[in-house]
Design a protein around this ligand. Structure first.
Ligand SMILES: NC(=O)c1ccc[n+]([C@@H]2O[C@H](COP(=O)([O-])OP(=O)(O)OC[C@H]3O[C@@H](n4cnc5c(N)ncnc54)[C@H](OP(=O)(O)O)[C@@H]3O)[C@@H](O)[C@H]2O)c1
Length: 293
């Protein structure tokens, strides 16, 4: 397939582009700068210059592709307002891409997050949250899945809290950055809360499988580690950075504080059984050994 990819230069997207190119597909990558275009072209993709806010460019990209994978996101957690603006931009982009694919039967794979279900491990059958800080992203993804009834083979690949590669990325990556800055490897609460995780190279395989195989309107979990205790994550980071490991106030994490404090394990049993996905790369605690002082 000729696949239009947004976010193809990111941590996950660059792995997805490589996975697609290595498995007989070709890629048209959205690139918002010269630097991003160079990265995507060096990986072997064609590029289409534009930003997520350039809805006409997105329509042009989707129109010339056999399928679309969407991963671009501003990831601006600096304030609740900045995050809301990033969500609004992404929601408009998803609507424009979906509109272009109506009635075509072509695959449209978008990224999402594993749900948090208090008291138990979440599964692919649980809905994503449409409330709170990230609720707008949930609503946009639900709208994409609803396109199943309008001739789009829409699906979503849900990411765990940490998608890592060479010890970097996701919530664990944020803990590392904060530890470097504050000289403490901290965690909120008692640290027994669990976060699921996956290696970016394993997540990339699942995006390809969803593109190739997922029935319309379906959700999949890219979960390799069902849940690593946050104090265990902080312990590896502290040891690697030679810093003390201790609980810190939830407010340290700004708008993400309540999310960082929650126990949110997640399973991928259905995904593995149905799509034959099997992660093969390092788990999070092993990959964090790559963190350099
Ligand atoms: N990493 C994780 O642990 C994790 C966990 C859960 C969910 N996710 C989700 O997975 C997706 C990809 O994550 P990631 O870790 O790969 O992100 P990333 O490394 O920050 O990459 C973001 C990608 O989006 C592009 N992008 C950002 N804003 C854009 C805009 N306005 N217009 C066009 N392109 C734009 C970036 O392009 P440039 O190269 O030009 O900057 C880059 O290719 C995001 O939706 C993220 O929320 C990630």
């Amino acid at each position: 397939m000729h696949v239009f990819v947004t976010g193809g230069t990111g941590r996950i997207g660059s792995a997805v582009v490589a996975e697609l190119l290595g498995n007989g597909h070709t890629v048209l990558a959205l690139a918002r700068s010269d630097a991003s275009a160079l990265v995507a072209e060096a990986a072997g993709a064609e590029t289409l210059r534009g930003d997520l806010a350039d809805l006409n460019v997105l329509r042009v990209g989707a129109a010339q592709a056999d399928g679309v994978i969407h991963l671009a996101f501003a990831n601006d957690f600096s304030s609740a307002d900045a995050f809301a603006q990033a969500v609004a931009e992404e929601s408009a982009a998803l609507a424009a891409l979906g509109q272009e694919l109506l009635g075509s039967g072509r695959p449209f794979v978008t990224v999402s997050g594993t749900p948090h279900v208090p008291g138990r491990v979440s599964t692919e059958a649980d809905p994503v949250s449409t409330e709170g800080l990230t609720g707008g992203r949930g609503r946009a993804v639900m709208a994409v899945l609803d396109l199943a009834s309008r001739g789009v083979r829409s699906s979503t690949v849900r990411m765990p809290r940490t998608v890592h590669n060479e010890g970097k990325g996701g919530f664990a990556g944020m803990l590392t950055e904060i530890a470097r800055r504050t000289r403490v490897s901290g965690f909120p609460g008692d640290g027994t809360q669990r976060w699921p995780a996956v290696h970016a190279l394993d997540a990339a395989v699942l995006f390809r499988l969803a593109l190739e195989l997922a029935p319309a309107g379906t959700a999949w979990h890219a979960v390799a580690d069902e849940g690593d205790a946050v104090r265990d994550i902080a312990a590896v980071i502290g040891r690697r950075l030679e810093l003390p490991v201790q609980t810190v106030p939830q407010e340290t994490y700004g708008p993400l504080g309540p999310i960082f404090a929650a126990d949110q394990p997640s399973s991928s049993t259905h995904t593995r059984k149905t799509l034959g996905w099997e992660p093969t790369h390092a788990g999070l605690l092993e990959d964090l050994e790559n963190v350099q002082p």
